[in-house]
Design a binder for this molecule. Structure first.
Ligand SMILES: *Cc1c(COP(=O)(O)O)cnc(C)c1O
Length: 385
């Protein structure tokens, strides 16, 4: 018996809603659950509009396309993220400009973004040009790492000053708030993922949320093949990025339990921080939690002199004792497809990522299992010294 890292919790009305899809034959990209899920997510994120998509990645691609990201341009993104953030930029024919992160929240460091725009870019009319490459900077896209929301007021101020769209990869952040505010007003648009390891899952799926009517209707148009009217007329090159009613049926049942799930995620993080708190003496630290964080994943960061080999060794030992754990995101600038992408690094992501150990954090984990993880991790780390 393994205690898994992060598995879906499907003990609500998922089966009932899925059966309803089959019984009514509404299994495809039209159906009551798609609309219902959009309404639920819009309400939850305090956003006026929500557009369901086939995945988080396709939602990101549609959102970036809709704010005008074009081939040959640059999009400012953090290097410490899941590779899909960079891939969505590349799908537009653009290139990610990779920025380092802050140690406080593991999100893109707003002071680096400001400094880079000031020092290494030129404003030509309404265009921001990156001096070294001559490319236009087309957008800023922070990532809500672990469900931590960074200083969005500061990002909004920079975006306004440079007339750049501010969009967010909020893939793992459903349930997070920032100074009492939800996603709606924090950026021009944000994308949530419903992949299997996220807090809320549809099996796979995504959702773009935002308040700008024109932008959000462009996103809906793009994701639904850009059809105009009831016949076979299309006005731009669109995408088939629709969510199916089957995916949405699962999502609706999941959303009914959002508060319970996020509460549990936060409890799990606190449980590890208190249960393993004494490991701080050994130089171990914990995943950062901003106020309002949705605490998507939890785990520990090994001592400064440790590396990936130590993470792998610890994971192997935990596995022997029935506990699944893993490494975490490898920075984008170290990935093969993005080795040549422009980057502005301070060393934070590089010195952090290879010491991260994610620990079991499924919403269905029991207190007994959490205690078991704490006991065994402590034994392995203290005993292994
Ligand atoms: C999960 C995730 C994605 C990708 O979402 P998919 O639904 O799997 O396409 C993108 N960015 C981040 C930060 C993620 O955690």
């Amino acid at each position: 018996m393994m205690i898994p890292l992060a598995v879906p919790n499907l003990t609500g009305r998922e089966k009932e809603y899925l059966n309803n899809c089959i019984d009514t034959t509404y299994v495809s990209s039209v159906g009551e659950y798609v609309t219902r899920l959009e309404n639920m997510v819009a309400e939850e994120t305090e956003s006026r509009y929500a557009v369901a998509t086939s995945s988080g990645t396709t939602g990101l691609h549609a959102m970036l396309t809709a704010v005008g990201v074009k081939a040959g341009e640059l999009v400012i993104v953090p290097t410490f993220t899941f590779i899909a953030s960079a891939n969505a930029v590349a799908h537009c024919g653009a290139t990610p400009w990779l920025m380092d992160i802050s140690t406080d929240d593991w999100c893109m460091d707003v002071s680096i973004v400001r400094r880079e725009l000031e020092r290494n870019c030129t404003v030509q009319g309404s265009r921001v040009i990156h001096n070294a490459t001559g490319r236009r900077v087309a957008a800023i896209m922070p990532v809500y790492t672990l469900g931590n929301i960074p200083d969005m007021e500061a990002f909004r101020a920079i975006a306004a000053e440079y007339h750049l769209p501010l969009v967010v990869d909020a893939a793992c952040a459903i349930g997070a708030t920032h100074r009492g505010e939800n996603f709606g007003r924090l950026a021009d648009a944000s994308v949530i993922s419903f992949n299997g390891n996220k807090t809320i899952t549809c099996g796979g799926g995504g959702m773009v949320v935002g308040n700008d009517e024109e932008l959000m209707s462009r996103i809906r148009h793009l994701t639904t093949t850009a059809r105009v009217g009831a016949e076979y007329d299309f006005d731009i090159v669109g995408f088939n990025y629709r969510m199916t009613n089957i995916q949405a049926a699962v999502g609706c049942a999941q959303m009914e339990r959002l508060k319970e799930f996020v509460d549990r995620k936060r409890e799990i993080r606190r449980f590890y921080a208190s249960g393993l708190g004494n490991l701080k003496d050994a130089g171990i630290s914990f995943f950062p939690e901003t106020s309002g964080s949705s605490c998507w994943f939890s785990g520990i960061v090994l001592q400064k002199d440790r590396s990936l080999e130590d993470v792998r060794r610890l994971s192997a030992k935990l596995r022997e004792q029935g506990i699944e754990s893993r490494t975490f995101w490898k920075p984008v600038h170290l990935q093969k497809p993005y080795g040549d992408a422009p980057h502005s690094l301070t060393g934070v992501a590089e010195s952090l990522w290879d010491r991260i150990v994610t620990l079991p954090c499924s919403t269905g984990i029991t207190d007994e299992e959490l205690k078991c993880v704490v006991t065994i991790v402590r034994e392995e780390i203290v005993g292994g010294r």
